[in-house]
Design a protein around this ligand. Sequence first.
Ligand code: UDP
Length: 312
Amino acid sequence: MKRALITGGAGFLGSHLCDRLLSDGYEVIAMDNLLTGSMSNLEHLLGRDHFRFVKQDVTEFLHVPGRLDLILHFASPASPVDYQELPIQTLKVGALGTHKTLGLAREKGSVFVLASTSEVYGDPLEHPQREEYWGNVNPVGPRGVYDEAKRFAEAMVMAYHRYHGIPTRIARIFNTYGPRMRLNDGRALPAFMSQALRGEPITVFGDGRQTRSFCYVSDLVDGIVRLAHSDTSDPVNIGNPTETTILEFARTVLEVTGSRSEIVYRPLPVDDPKTRRPDITRARELLGWEPVVDLVSGLRKSLPYFEERVHG
Ligand code: UDP
């Protein structure tokens, strides 16, 4: 039986990855310090065979007994609100946490997958974003703590790959949504869903003409697993290339929830990227992967979770 360690295992993506690897026949160790992750994401797995949870901060020395075939480093605050509230923890987990988990991969001879981000492209001057694009990041702006931590993490991963010959993978993850997102994490989807379901105004930031490309979580997880099993050490964009303005996105949420909430406009946060859309040619060619869940279907699949959270 193969063994995997998932850091950030109690988070939104980490917990879905735990589910997927368990059903793929892995023994899974989920590690999390529960700073932004939540045990409620893992409750259904506790006590199950081949699953273990370890509460640990991955910026400190890591000891995991036994073999590890795969390490997925998914620990980090990941929403703009979270990483601006936790700037030092965000920098530490991207830098020190990546170093510690790479050290563990070296010790165990594991395949290592870094959860990187479309934020490495910053407020991009190229559109759509290809992996060759180096990005347009403001290191001292409010998003700098996350963007630079992930850019440093990528550099560290490549150093371990080149210098120690570790089989590493870099997933540049674009906006992803689905069940288990925290209602109050400040991101567009949980905000719009909870506002729509409560009949409160939908808060669109700026004029809503900024774009994002939203990927449903099951597609994302499938891309990550395929990447882990590939032999690609170069970064690979994993995201849905269907682009929408945030205003259209808000309207789609209203439609799917059947809500009559009004749309209100709020100031655009500093350094909010104006456009974002992955070029997924590399993922298509190297992984044979592309998303299959369209936005309306993904929002419908997500709805019961948000209804339960909002109305209990
Ligand atoms: N956004 C918004 N209203 C909200 C939350 C977010 O209009 O209540 C906008 C935000 O300014 C950004 C987009 O939605 O342009 C996506 O934001 P999110 O926080 O989900 O992630 P980002 O892609 O900015 O990292």
